[in-house]
Ligand binder design. Structure first.
Ligand code: IPM
Ligand code: SF4
Length: 468
């Protein structure tokens, strides 16, 4: 009998082109996503070497990080952003790659766009010069970020040099309580394993709570795998995956679809397959989570208090957590629900999809954003924006006092004009709370969309389970 294999093993085996004695492999890459930040030198490298893109139709380019989220119909004012965007446009033209520019409805954050177009499919190897490429693993794909020199390598050869990672399984049993979401699951996992917990591993998320999640929820989970140190995260494909992908523009059609589904059905971890590391969590016990520090592992229940770093044994860790508290302007023992906010950011490739916006609308409908808070909602893509507007969500947001923007990465990392002022405190649905992430000396608390929405209304953190 053939050896039992994990989902990761199966996709890996199906893509190995060559293997060296030391385990170094050449892996075939099915899909390559390209954005404006990590691609300019890669294209320049091709030019210098006089090379072409090996398979242009397996490559898709989109601008997301630098674009302003205000009206772009009259061009981009900021000269640096304009150059970045124009460079990608030129590279796409020169190398014959499909490109969604800032005025294209299909434009958006690369990790929202791929699945939305059916460019992302189960069983594929997917790369992008961006760490949150792990998002696409929600479809049962092997998807991860690569560096700029690797972007050049993939453009030129449609392959990548890789060594196989270890297998890790995170099983989330039980059912999520009302008000607790995929975002809380992944923050809880990172809180448990730490930001280095997944190092050297590809994580497969399994269990009842994961199966119950929508594709959007699974994307939120896989998106933050990288924050737990893993190379990639994945969820085995199932009927929900197929329902999401069916009729997407680039998904297979007719008989090709049926054949694809038959293959996708084989992408399950076999009974008895080996995992180097196993973690188990019960969804039923999870509260809504808020981060208090400058690492995604700094998590606490909304009902809790800011922890005291003096309770930490390890001296280095104790010091770094004190530094985090100082940066965040917080004192141990402060109730999370006593923390007031200046800004709220709803968006990003973690939580900028339609389901996230629906969750926000449900919380804020008929209410007003607190006087002291400036709150913005940035849809993950033009398609998300259109869908939200078709459902009238934009009206609910604007009536409540939210700023409704054009799609892009925006204040997730503040590469455009959307940023925190020094000292400003923000509830954010994004994935990183590092120092300066949302603007110099800005203070970020990571939360779910519903928690961010409630915080915007209350002007401070509130427990979404009892908010109304
Ligand atoms: C700019 C890009 C390289 C970066 C990443 O790799 O993740 C960004 O998307 C981020 O989220 O920090
Ligand atoms: S939304 Fe944020 S995390 Fe996602 S790709 Fe853009 S900058 Fe990176």
């Amino acid at each position: 009998m053939a050896q039992a294999r994990t989902l990761y093993d199966k996709i890996w085996d199906d893509h190995v082109v060559d293997q060296q004695d030391d385990g170094t492999c050449l892996l075939y890459i099915d899909r390559h996503l390209v954005h404006e930040v990590t691609s300019p030198q890669a294209f320049e490298g091709l030019r210098v070497a006089g090379r072409q893109v090996r398979q242009p139709h397996k490559t898709l380019a989109v601008v997301d990080h630098n674009v302003p989220t205000t009206d772009r119909s009259h061009g981009i004012e900021d000269p640096e952003s304009a150059t970045q965007v124009e460079t990608l446009a030129q590279n796409a033209r020169d190398f014959g790659i499909e490109y969604y520019n800032e005025l294209d409805r299909r434009q958006g954050i690369v990790h929202v766009v791929g699945p939305e177009q059916g460019f992302t499919l189960p069983g594929m190897t997917i790369v992008c010069g961006d760490s949150h490429t792990s998002t696409h693993g929600a479809f049962g794909a092997l998807a991860h970020g690569i560096g700029t020199s690797e972007v050049e390598h993939v453009l030129a050869t449609q392959t990548l040099i890789q060594k196989k990672a270890k297998n890790m399984r995170v099983t989330v049993d039980g059912q999520l309580p009302a008000g607790v979401t995929a975002k809380d699951i992944i923050l809880a996992i990172i809180g448990e394993i730490g930001t280095a917990g997944g190092t050297g591993h590809v994580i497969e998320y399994a269990g009842e709570a994961i199966r119950s999640l929508s594709m959007e929820g699974r994307m939120t989970i896989c998106n933050m795998s990288i924050e737990g140190g893993a190379r990639a995260g994945m969820v085995a494909p199932d009927e929900k995956t197929y329902a999401y992908l069916k009729d997407k523009p680039k998904a297979p059609k007719g008989e090709a679809w049926d054949a694809a589904v038959r293959y996708w059905d084989s992408l399950r971890t076999d009974e008895g397959a080996f995992f180097d590391t196993e973690i188990r969590l019960d969804a039923a016990n999870l509260p809504p989570i808020v981060t208090w520090g400058t690492s995604p592992e700094d998590v606490v229940s909304v009902t809790g208090v800011v922890p005291n770093p003096d309770d930490i044994q390890d001296e280095n860790k104790r010091r770094s957590k004190w530094r985090a508290l100082e940066y965040m302007g917080l004192t141990p023992g402060t109730k999370i629900t006593d923390i007031t906010l200046d800004r709220v950011f709803i968006g990003s490739c973690t939580n900028g999809r339609i389901e996230d916006l629906r969750a926000v609308a449900k919380v804020v409908e008929g209410k007003r954003v607190a006087e002291s808070v400036n709150a913005m909602i940035v849809p993950g893509s033009g398609i998300v924006k259109m869908q939200a507007e078709a459902e009238g969500l934009d009206k609910i947001f604007k009536a409540a006092g939210f700023d409704w923007r054009e799609p892009g990465c925006s204040m997730c990392l503040a590469m455009n004009a959307d940023r925190l002022a020094p000292g400003e405190r923000c509830a954010s649905t994004s994935n990183r709370n590092f120092e300066g992430r949302q603007g110099f000396k800005g203070r970020t608390h990571l939360v779910s969309p519903a928690m961010a929405a409630a915080a915007a209304i209350a002007g401070r953190f509130v427990d979404i389970r009892t908010f109304g």
